[in-house]
Design a protein around this ligand. Structure first.
Ligand code: HMN
Length: 292
């Protein structure tokens, strides 16, 4: 499981001027991140806009990642979709191209019972032999992973962990306790990485990592080596930047900063908002602060 322990970037998807998937830029982004010491990438999640893409597009983004990645670089394919059928197709595809693991949100929009969600996730596991990481993000899906459901999911040997994006580190700690030492907890909120690690998270998956990978690798390393004061200093820097970022259309702003760092991934897909022109100078300032 060591290949999952570290900083894993919830990477952007890249589009060209016409909004089509830009495989070349996806490859450049992977190369940019790999050079900065991150452990791997999470493809097609919230930051990756997977839910705004067709099944074909999602496959193409993942294929571009697989083609560009270095050998020992971990790739988690987010295959969550509103229909089980799409998720199953994506899970089969992820295995066929060599991804290291699957991850999925619960189905959204409809109110599905816990049993229905379990079946949805189990279908993806049955469709591939890959390890599976539950993506718990109740604020956006409307479905909250309960301890009894997690307990049921633990009975599937492919379930290796949970990515938890909630403000509650208590919940993270409780899930870790339930899963045991070999069950992986991935911290979701980037502004709480250090708090999550302190309460048992094994790794972090985050969207802002992509624009400041060095800082998050530094937080992770300092924590691992017991240099807590230093880790706290880095997390505070990161949070000063995230606080400003959250005042902007966040996914659009992340893409602008990634572009300033050299990789043009285009605009986020609507309805995700781009940064309006009159706010671009503020993004530039934030970038400069980040790089100083
Ligand atoms: C993903 O799937 O893109 C991310 O891993 C999810 C991640 O937890 C992000 N949350 C959302 O986008 C809702 C965070 O990176 C978040 O963007 C960051 O903490 C700023 O609040």
């Amino acid at each position: 499981l060591s290949k999952f322990k570290g900083i894993i970037v919830a990477m952007n998807s890249c589009y060209d001027r016409n909004g089509r998937v830009d495989e070349g830029a996806v490859g450049e982004l992977v190369a940019f991140l790999a050079k900065r010491g991150v452990k791997g990438v999470y493809v097609g999640g919230s930051t990756g806009e997977g839910m705004l893409q067709s099944v074909e597009e999602r496959k193409r983004v993942l294929e571009a990642v697989m083609a560009a990645k270095p050998l020992d670089f971990t790739v988690i394919a987010h295959v969550g979709a509103i229909t089980t059928r799409d998720s199953v197709e994506l899970a089969e595809h992820a295995e066929s191209v060599g991804a290291d693991a699957l991850s999925a949100i619960p189905p959204f929009y409809y109110r599905i019972s816990e049993h229905g969600v379990e079946e949805h996730w189990a279908s993806m596991m049955r469709a591939s032999g890959l390890p599976f990481i539950i993506y718990h993000i109740p604020a956006t899906t409307g479905f909250s992973l309960s301890k009894p459901l997690l307990q049921k999911m633990l009975a599937y040997p492919q379930t290796i962990g949970v990515k938890i994006t909630t403000p509650s580190t208590y919940e993270l700690q409780q899930f870790k306790a339930l899963g045991g030492p070999d069950f992986l907890l991935f911290n979701g909120p980037d502004e709480q990485l250090l708090a999550g690690l302190s309460l048992g998270a094994d790794a972090g998956i985050g969207g802002t990592y992509g624009m400041m990978p060095e800082l998050f690798v530094a937080i992770y390393e300092a924590f691992r080596q017991g240099r807590m004061e230093e880790a706290r200093t880095y997390q505070t820097w990161a949070n000063d930047i995230i606080a400003e970022l959250l005042d902007m259309p966040v996914y659009g702003a992340i893409k602008e900063i990634v572009k300033m760092r050299g990789v043009d991934c285009g605009q986020p897909r609507l309805p995700l908002e781009p940064v309006p022109a009159d706010r671009l100078p503020a993004v530039r300032k934030l970038y400069e602060k980040m790089m100083s």
